[in-house]
Ligand binder design. Sequence first.
Ligand SMILES: Nc1ncnc2c1ncn2[C@@H]1O[C@H](COP(=O)(O)OS(=O)(=O)O)[C@@H](OP(=O)(O)O)[C@H]1O
Length: 178
Amino acid sequence: MGCSGRLLGPVGGRRASLLLTMILFFTYFFYCLPGPCEPLPPALLLPPPATLPDGAAPTAAGDSGPALGGGSRRFPQAIIVGVKKGGTRALLEFLRVHPGVRAVGAEPHFFDRCYEKGLRWYRSLMPRTLEGQITMEKTPSYFVTKEAPRRIYNMSRDTKLIVVVRNPVTRAISDYTQ
Ligand SMILES: Nc1ncnc2c1ncn2[C@@H]1O[C@H](COP(=O)(O)OS(=O)(=O)O)[C@@H](OP(=O)(O)O)[C@H]1O
């Protein structure tokens, strides 16, 4: 009569359905597993440019050269300065999306508040960069620090300053409301 139910019995039936469920699960997961990584787009595989637009980064005495971890810490070739609430953070974040740009996350305030700590300390804050990558930092208040231009020039005469300005009224409102 009723063949399978009788042949397997209640326990056998449960086992069979459990087995079937497991097979279905494994099959599903097998086909859902991601394949091998997609190859990187060619643009990301390209080496960084051999030279910087305005020459290589300055190398201070005592620089140990390329580190085992990859790259070395260099003084910034470009510093974003400008008015407070001028949009300097946004500019740095946009620039650092480029693989050829590496930047300090926080504002170092070296040339206005921490100058006495010395250049070695300042450079230790910088991210490691490979040859051809650009190191950047942003500290808006260098713009209103009388000594900052001379100090930056003494570090490296090739360092570029990117000045961000903004309508003083909207800037003041932004500063007031935050
Ligand atoms: N692309 C662009 N154009 C114009 N304005 C922009 C841009 N990106 C950011 N912002 C505005 O900049 C304000 C924050 O400025 P900062 O990052 O310089 O602030 S800070 O001084 O570092 O605290 C802050 O201003 P408010 O929104 O008016 O407070 C941001 O909205």
